[in-house]
Structure formats: C-alpha cells, structure tokens
Design a protein around this ligand. Structure first.
Ligand SMILES: Nc1ncnc2c1ncn2[C@@H]1O[C@H](COP(=O)(O)OP(=O)(O)OP(=O)(O)O)[C@@H](O)[C@H]1O
Ligand SMILES: [Mg+2]
Length: 471
C-alpha cells in the first residue's frame, strides 16, 4: 500500500526478502539469465489462430493495450521531465546554492559556481528548483532576476551558447540573433547590451559544461567572456555563471585565468545510497502510481539496484516506471519483484545494444573472439587465446591484425565499457596473464547485434574456427 510505503524511514531494504533478491543481482560481471518478456499476445489484441497460422487482428492493434486497466495515476511523475517540488537528501546542496544566490535579491552579483556529481545525483533538478524559487522571489520583491539554463551537450559552441542567451533575453522588437553567420564579437555585444538594458541579475546555468570545455579554446573563450561581464562590462546589471558537470576534473582542462574566475564555489553532489533512493522514489510513486498497485518489496528493490549503479536517481525512477509498464502489459493487478527484474533486464539491453553496435570493427573482432571461445566452452580465457582467435577473425574479415599489445588495450577498453571482465592474474615465473570473460546478459545476442551493425561481421561469424580446448 502506498500509504504504508510512504514512511521515509522504512528500512525494507534490509528485509530478508530484499536481501535474498539482491543476492541474485551481483555486480555487472554476473547478470541474471533472464529473458525480456514482451507484452502478451492477448494484451496486444492479437488472437492466435493456431500453430503456423496467421494471426487475426482485433479491430486495432492498440486496442488491447489501451483497454488495460492502468496502474499509473500520473505517469509523468515518474518521467525525466517532471520537476519535483520536494528533493529529499539534497538540503546541503540546496543551501549552498541559496546562500550564494541570495546575493541577487540583495542587488549584488552572486559568485560563480561549479556543481559536480555522478549522473542522476540531482544536480539539474536542484539547480532548477533553486532558480525557480529565486525568480519567483525576485518577482515578488521587485528585483529583476532571470535564470537562463543551457544544456551544452545540445548547444555546444561558443556562438550558439551566446546566441541562445541573447535570444532568451530579447525584448519585443529586438532583432533575433541568427543560428549562424554573425561575427562572435557582435553576438557577445548583443548579449551584453541586452543584459544591461534589462538590468538586475542574470544567472547563466551551463549544464553538462564539460562538453563545451572539451572543445579547448572555444570553451575557454566563452567562459572567459561570460565571467568577465561583471568586471566593468556591465553597468547596473550582473551575471553569474553556474557550471554543472559529471567530471570533477573538468576545470583542469580550462585556461588557468578562466579556472580561477569560474570556480570560487564548488559543490559536490554525493551519489544517493539505497535508503535515500527509497525516499526519492516514495513521493513520486505516491503521485504517479495507484494505491495498492505496488508490492512492498518493489521500491526497496528498485532503490537497491539503482544504488549499485552509482546511486543514480534517474535509474531508480526508470526501473520503477518500466516495472509498472511491465506489470500492466502482463495484465497483473500488482507490480511485483519479477516486473522489476524484467525492467532491469530491459534497461541493460537498451544500454548495451548501442554500445556494442558502435564499437569500432577491430574491437568487435576482439569481442567476437571472446564470445566464440566461450561458446566453445572455455571460460577465463587468456589474452593469447583471444589473440589466436582474433587473428583468424581478421583473416575472415579481410582486416590486417593489430599487434597483441594493441589488442590487449582493446580488451581493456571492453572491460572499461562493462562488456567483458579482464582480471590480471600471476602465472608465477611466466609473468602476468589476464582471465577474460564476457559479462553480457546470457539472453543478449551480441553476435546478432554486431552482424546487423557491421555486415562484414556476417563473414566472420559464419566462418569455421580451429579453437583450443583445455583438458
Ligand atoms: N532528491 C531527489 N528527489 C526527487 N527526485 C530526484 C532527486 N534527485 C534526483 N531526482 C530525479 O532524478 C532524475 C535525475 O536527476 P537530475 O537530472 O537532477 O540528475 P543529474 O545529477 O543532473 O544527472 P546528469 O549528470 O546525468 O545530468 C530526475 O528525474 C530528478 O527529478
Ligand atoms: Mg543533469
């Protein structure tokens, strides 16, 4: 029952049920051998005509799913675009922002800030939450305060960031800055003039700022310009820059002059633990999911699984939302731990597929060599065994084999991507060796994914190999 689950101090996580479920969820290196069930045929409104025969459709393919009783009360509450009005376990971070940004309400320039933290640690949600309150307090107090949030993953050049700021500050009758074509100086001059004309404090939030900073001089120039605005360039107005990043070391990439201007205040968002993630999930579940629709173990399990994935609140919410969808699709009245297990598998599949599709061909050949040895019954394969198969695979692909040293670093890359594990072991006086195993979910068909992404892999997969056996 949601009402019961709502207690923020519930410690279901430590209950024997959840503990025993968690034993089945070891880290990425041993995944559950579980297939992803698709919506049942009857749920899709499709009636089987018997073995080997065509399916007869009911009036419309979507009717079946639309007619299912929904377990959601408001699905948006579990979505990424939802802006929660309560952010448990982020009081310290909120306070750091508020203590600095209050200067805007006093008519001064707040310091620039950098916010760091792992994905899903609440950086964007907290910043939006504080900026919303800052703007509404400013409006109530008659202070002109405006926050402009830009995601530098999407808007990733100096020109585009400045144009975006300038256009958001445009008043009626102001010329729109074109998407491209003006000299950068002219765009910056428009931004400065518009900030000055509006007056007050302009908070520029550069989310995922590392995407911009990686561009070297371009990022330096933009940040230098923005952080210089308060030094005599603006008259009667202020600008404050808040940079948000996953990468604690992103300022190391900056020019030292920009570094010292940008980061007078750093705030680090720690990852959530399982019990904190439960507190994040419960209010959103209460709003988004019907009462009685969740088994007691569901929220603790979603929280515990997401805590293992770097304490990512986004992951916890995705798990919960997809679990409910899975329960609906299987026409269950209640979401149970089996639906969470299916959701976890679906998320893993969704993540792994593009990673494998986008591997360079040489890395695909190395992965193929690991998998084909495993299919031959070998585990804990050595680098030498992988290399032997890899050379044959290269021949079948018409590729020149790389040196074993290069292949060793490709193996390391696959390990870092979480696709294989390569543990170093000592072979006594023969030096060190690696024990290599794939860690893909057993139901995941990596060979199929590779061959549909790279046609030459069909030749590689279809060929015959002389593989070693161990006694
Ligand atoms: N304390 C919290 N309470 C409620 N929801 C939260 C909390 N922290 C994060 N969330 C939710 O988790 C999701 C991810 O949070 P957010 O986007 O703020 O993470 P982030 O740190 O910006 O991640 P990334 O680095 O990937 O951009 C969002 O849906 C957000 O609403
Ligand atoms: Mg974010």
């Amino acid at each position: 029952m949601i009402a019961e689950l709502d207690s923020p101090h519930s410690k279901n996580l430590h209950s024997p049920v959840v503990q025993s479920i968690m034993l089945n969820y070891p880290s990425r290196s041993r995944r559950l051998p579980c297939q992803i069930p698709m919506p049942s045929v009857s749920a899709l409104g499709i009636q089987s005509q018997g073995r080997g025969e065509c399916y007869k459709m009911s009036s419309n393919l979507f009717d079946g799913l639309l007619n299912l009783r929904s377990l959601f009360r408001d699905r948006r509450a579990l979505g990424h675009a939802f802006n929660p009005t309560n952010l448990p376990h982020r009081n310290e971070e909120i306070t750091s922002l508020v203590n600095n940004l209050v200067e805007a309400l006093r008519g001064h320039a707040p310091s620039n800030m950098n916010l760091y933290g792992r994905p899903g640690s609440g950086k964007t949600a907290v910043t939006r939450f504080v900026c919303r309150d800052l703007e509404s307090k400013g409006a109530a107090e008659g202070c002109n305060i405006r926050a402009v949030e830009i995601n530098c993953r999407n808007v990733d050049t100096k020109y585009r960031v400045l144009a975006e700021i300038g256009n958001r500050l445009a008043d009626e009758g102001d010329e729109m800055i074109p998407f491209t074509g003006w000299p950068a100086d002219k765009v910056f001059e428009h931004v400065r003039a518009r900030m000055q004309a509006r007056g007050g404090v302009h908070v520029v939030v550069l989310d995922e700022i590392d995407h911009l900073v990686r561009k070297g001089k371009e990022g330096d120039d933009l940040l230098y310009s923005l952080t210089s605005l308060n030094i005599g360039l603006l008259d009667g107005a202020f600008c404050c820059v808040i940079g948000i990043s996953n990468d604690l070391a992103f300022t190391d990439m900056l020019d030292p002059r920009v570094q010292s201007r940008l980061s007078p205040i750093d705030v680090v968002f720690p990852p959530y633990n399982a019990s904190q993630l439960e507190d994040v999930l419960r209010p959103r579940a209460a709003r988004g999911i019907k009462e009685d629709a969740l088994d007691n173990a569901v929220i603790p399990l979603c929280a515990a699984l997401a805590a293992k994935e770097d304490g990512d609140a986004r992951r916890a919410l995705d798990l919960l939302r997809i679990s409910v969808q899975r329960a609906e699709q299987s026409e269950s009245q209640q979401v149970g731990i089996n639906h969470v297990r299916q959701a976890q598998n679906q998320l893993e599949f969704d993540q792994i597929t593009p990673t494998i599709q986008n591997l360079p061909l040489q890395q695909k050949l190395v992965l193929f060599s690991v998998i084909v040895n495993e299919k031959n019954g070998l585990s804990n394969i050595s680098t030498g065994e992988v290399y032997g198969t890899y050379e044959m695979a290269c021949e079948n692909a018409g590729e020149k084999p790389l040196t074993s040293r290069r292949v060793s670093s490709l193996i390391q890359g696959l390990d870092m991507a979480g696709i294989i594990t390569a543990k170093k072991t000592s072979r006594g006086r023969h030096g060190m060796s690696k024990r290599i195993n794939s860690c893909l979910p057993p139901a995941f068909d990596a060979l199929q994914v590779m061959s549909s992404a790279e046609p030459v892999m069909n030749e590689v997969i279809g060929a015959r190999y002389r593989l070693q056996n161990r006694l």
